[in-house]
Ligand binder design. Structure first.
Ligand code: DC
Length: 232
């Protein structure tokens, strides 16, 4: 993945929940032959561990110790991203509503962030990555070759989530979804450590009304402008 001259390339995509980061990051990574570093999956796996061990109300130190001792890995064999928690595949489980509801205090804890940031930098150490999350361009990879900050209206993000769930046969209340997304935005943006915010040198991409292909093309064009090697 890294070129002969040892330069490895980093593209960061940050933004709020439902802005289109994941789908775009995954597809850009696939087209460029880069790894898709899904940092949210790591916070989700850490939260699942907390729930499994019943540590929701545990003192911070024992919580941090449990996460420091756990193996949280992103496994890329067969070109599919799998999330492993202590060698168990938790790729599906971490997407459940109980994890989403319990994540805010885990993601707000600076010691836990410190552990996960080290893992994220380690993954990108020798490899080209498209790193997706909330603080990829601001904290984790401040020298990234290209930083994208994705936004979209709350109504559009709620509609996307509604359609995603409807496709799985899950019917939810639309207004409830809007409130949930607003709450996640507040949690992500107002926390003290590594809040969601646009890096000063990030390019903003408003995905409201845009197709996935348009979003992917936007990122790839910007990557070309930044000298990122694009496969023919
Ligand atoms: O991207 P996602 O929705 O899967 O992320 C899940 C949660 O993890 C999100 O509510 C905020 C947190 N997160 C974070 O704090 N920092 C990151 N770099 C990525 C995610």
């Amino acid at each position: 993945m890294a070129r002969d001259d040892d330069k490895n390339y980093i593209i960061t995509i940050d933004g709020p929940a439902g802005s289109g980061k994941s789908t775009t990051a995954k597809e850009v990574a696939r087209r460029l032959g880069f790894l898709h570093l899904d940092s949210g999956a790591m916070y989700r796996a850490a939260t699942l561990l907390v729930l499994h061990k019943g540590l929701e109300s545990a003192p911070t130190d024992s919580l941090v110790r449990a996460i420091a001792q756990a193996e949280i890995e992103l496994d890329y064999s067969d070109n599919v991203l799998r999330v492993l928690l202590n060698a168990t595949d938790v790729t599906q489980k971490i997407r459940g509503p109980e994890v989403t509801a319990a994540i805010a205090p885990v993601a707000a804890n600076p010691k836990i962030r410190h552990i996960l940031v080290a893992k994220q930098r380690n993954i990108a150490h020798n490899t080209n990555v498209v790193a997706e999350g909330r603080d990829m361009g601001t904290v984790v990879f401040p020298d990234a070759d290209l930083k994208i900050f994705m936004i979209a209206s709350i109504a559009e993000r709620a509609e996307r989530r509604y359609n995603e769930l409807a496709a799985k046969g899950i019917k939810v209340d639309f207004d409830g979804l809007m409130n949930e997304i607003g709450e996640r935005d507040r949690n992500d943006s107002n926390r003290l450590f590594s809040p969601l915010k646009r890096a000063a040198d990030a390019v903003e991409l408003d995905t409201t009304g845009k197709t996935i292909e348009e979003q992917v093309q936007f990122v790839i064009c910007k990557a070309m402008e930044c000298g990122v090697p694009i496969p023919a």
